[in-house]
Structure formats: structure tokens, C-alpha cells
Ligand binder design. Sequence first.
Ligand code: PHE
Length: 474
Amino acid sequence: MEKQHHHRGSWGSSLGFLMAAIGSAVGLGNLWGFPFKMGANGGFAFLLVYIIMTVAVGFAMLMAEMAIGRKTGRSAVGAFRQLGRGSAVVGYMGVISGTVVVSYYCVLGGLCLRYCLGFFTETFGGTGFAGHGEAFFQAFTANPWPMLLFTGLFAVITGAILLGGVSGGIEKFSTVAMPALFFMLIALAVYIGRQPGAEAGYAFMFTPDWAYLKENFFSVVSTAAGQMFFSLSLAMGIMVAYGSYLKKDENIPRDALLICGADTVIALLAGCLVIPAAFAFVGEDAYMSGVKLLFVTMHQVFFNIGGRFGCFLGFIFFLTVCIAAITSSVSLLEVSVSFGVDRRIDKHKEPKRTRMIAICTLLVFLLAVPVALDAMGGTPGATPLGLLQQWFPALAVKGWNESFINAYSFISEGFLMPLGALLMSLFIGYKYQTDLVTHECGIRRSRVLEVCYRFIVPIAMLVVLYGQLKDFLG
Ligand code: PHE
């Protein structure tokens, strides 16, 4: 046992684990998902719903995943299998959705790297990048080789960090990167806050719209819950794997609370940056959400700030986004790597972590190829819809088949993740009982937690599942 533990790796310190877990949670979801969703769904009213969801659903599930990981000392599949054969399916769903998410994350991360580099060279007198806004985005994404190159580069960086091991790679990187990310975000938000026109952005973000909440209660709850569980990296076995590297005396409830808190604070901080910047420097008609918020609107923002200073700020901004993306993709790739490693350990073979990392990185890159090549849906015929229409001409454009990235996020966020979280909460609430969690966490039996696992989480996840399926298929 001791020997296996040694092979699997473990965190060097409590702080290091926290930085890695927060690094996983803080990602593109915080920077481009949360701000606009909050503004468009009732502002402060949305925030309240989001916080309630985070406490009642996110906190409870985070604690459960970490507890299951530490108790079993196994990553997702092995951990659930150890609890009971039937529950291994939840682990497999996590491994599949993690692999799907990391492959499109590599494409987006690759784009972030390109933008970071673009603003960097332009700060020192380069040309051809800043000021070309949407045209640059379209031209770049339509160009296969550079897209593949940057996607591959991002995948290789992710794999390289994992090569350092759990504490020497993931933990070390996160411990430096996360505080840097935090300070850069604050500096940028302060700068933007002092610019004329930013107020309109704050008003959009924070004005409570209770009437909106009342009229659209169901869709607000579904959006908030969906955003929350993606943002906390739940239902993919990440926190199970990260929990399995924890020492027995680690205070799991405290850590879960800190992770939820930090993730929400950084999402809000991002909201105080990107939306006001877009209002102040581009205008209310700018793209405020999704891929184009980052790669068109924010590009324009830093060009409009002007000169080398603007480019330098743009470089800092995209560096921040790269860090957020890398610490998340590292955690995602670790899910598949730890799955492979644990399988070998269970068969009493050498874990061969290095080989596993190489295989997983390559696999993820191959999966990312279609996402990188369809120009985010801009190449007619190369989209999933275009390909399928050769056989089924009657198929219509829906959310899921517009582009490969949408198809991938439909499989993961739209379907496997909410379903996985739903099953996981039912297993804990009814089959294994809440004691499984409270015991490992060293806390008293709790009625409140039991109500969470039995009712609140499953209902919230059903609402998300319904909302997502409607969005993607409608
Ligand atoms: N939580 C990350 C974000 O907010 C994304 C992510 C999801 C990372 C799932 C890992 C697992 O962008």
C-alpha cells in the first residue's frame, strides 16, 4: 500500500493542493462565461442564485469528490469501482468528458497563446496583429497549420507540466501561477475601473433585475447551476483524483469552502474587468460572450487603449488567460493520466506515468484536430453538420452541430457532466449514505448535507440537464 501511494504521488503542502485545485476551477469559464451570464441574467439577482447554488450544490459535491478520492486513494474510475461495481460508470463518464473538454480546451488555449504572443511582439514594435480585430480572428482560425501548431503547443505545455509529477509539476506550477494570475487581474481591473465609460459595464453586471429573475426563474437557475458546476470542475473526477493525493489530516470542508470562495471571487473580478473594458473601449454592441468576447472584443479593447502601453496590457491580459487555461487543462489531462496509472497499479504493473502522459497528450491532440480545423464553425461543410448532411441531407442546424467545439461541449457539459453529477449525488445520497462523506471529512453526521445529496443536487442537475439539452438541441 505504502509503495503504491509513493508511486501515485501526493501533494507537498496544503497550500500547494489548494492552489492546484483553485487553478483547476479558475479557467475560461470564469473569464468569459461568468461575467456575461451574470449581466444578461439579472445582474445581482443572478449572483445571489449563483451563490446559493455554489453553497448548496457545489460545496457539497466538491467535498464529496475530495472525500471519495482520499478515502479510496484512487482516481475517478478506480475510486467509484472500489465503492461498488455499479458506480464505476460515473468514473468512466468523468474520464470521457474530461478528455473531450481538454481537447477543445487545447484549441482555445492555443488561441490564447497566439494572442499573448501577438501582443507581446507588438509591444516591441511588431506589426500585423493589433487592430485587426475580427478579421484577424477569422483569418487565423481559418488557417489550418497555425491552428494545429498552437493547439499542439498548448497540449505539449500541459503534458510537460504533468511530467513534473503531482507535487513537482502541477503543484509547483500552480503555486507560482495562481497568485500571479490574481495580481494581474486586480491590476487590470483597477486600470479599467479608472477609465471613462466603465460605469456602464458595472451597471450592466451588477444592477439587480428582480423582475427578470421572477419571469425567467427556471432558466436563471439552470444557467447559474450549469455555470457553477462547470466552473468548479465538478463531475469529471478531477477533484476525486486531486483528493486521492491528499494527506489524511487535510481539512476537506475548509478546503472545499476556500475553493468555492476563490472561484467565485475570481469570476467576479473578471466581471469587473472584461465587461467594463468592453463597454468603455469598444461599445455596447461588442460581442460580450463566448469565444468572440475574448478573441475579438478584448483584442479590440487593448488596441483601442492604444500604443505600446495598450499592447503591453493586452499581453498581460492574455498571459492571465493562458495561465487560467493551463492550470485547468493540466487538471483535465491528469484525469486520464491518473486513470491509466491506476489501472496499471491495479494490475500490479509499473505505473509508467511518463508513457501514460505521452499517450494521453497525443490522444487529446488527435481529438482536438477537428475542433482546430473547422474555423469555429466558419468552414461550411467541415462542421459536424456539414459532414453528417452527406448522409442525412435533412438535418438542420442546431446548437450542437454548428461547429466541432459546440458538438464537443454538447457531449461534455451538455450531457455527460450533469448526468454524472446527478448519478453521483444519488449514489451518495441513497446507496452509500452521507456518512461516506462526513466520516472521511471528520465532521458530524449532517441532515443538511443529506438533504443536499438526496434532493437539492439531483434536482439542480435535472434542471441543468433539461436546460442544456434544450439549448443544444432546440
Ligand atoms: N473550471 C474550468 C473553468 O471554469 C473549466 C474546467 C471544467 C476545468 C472542468 C476542468 C474541468 O473554465
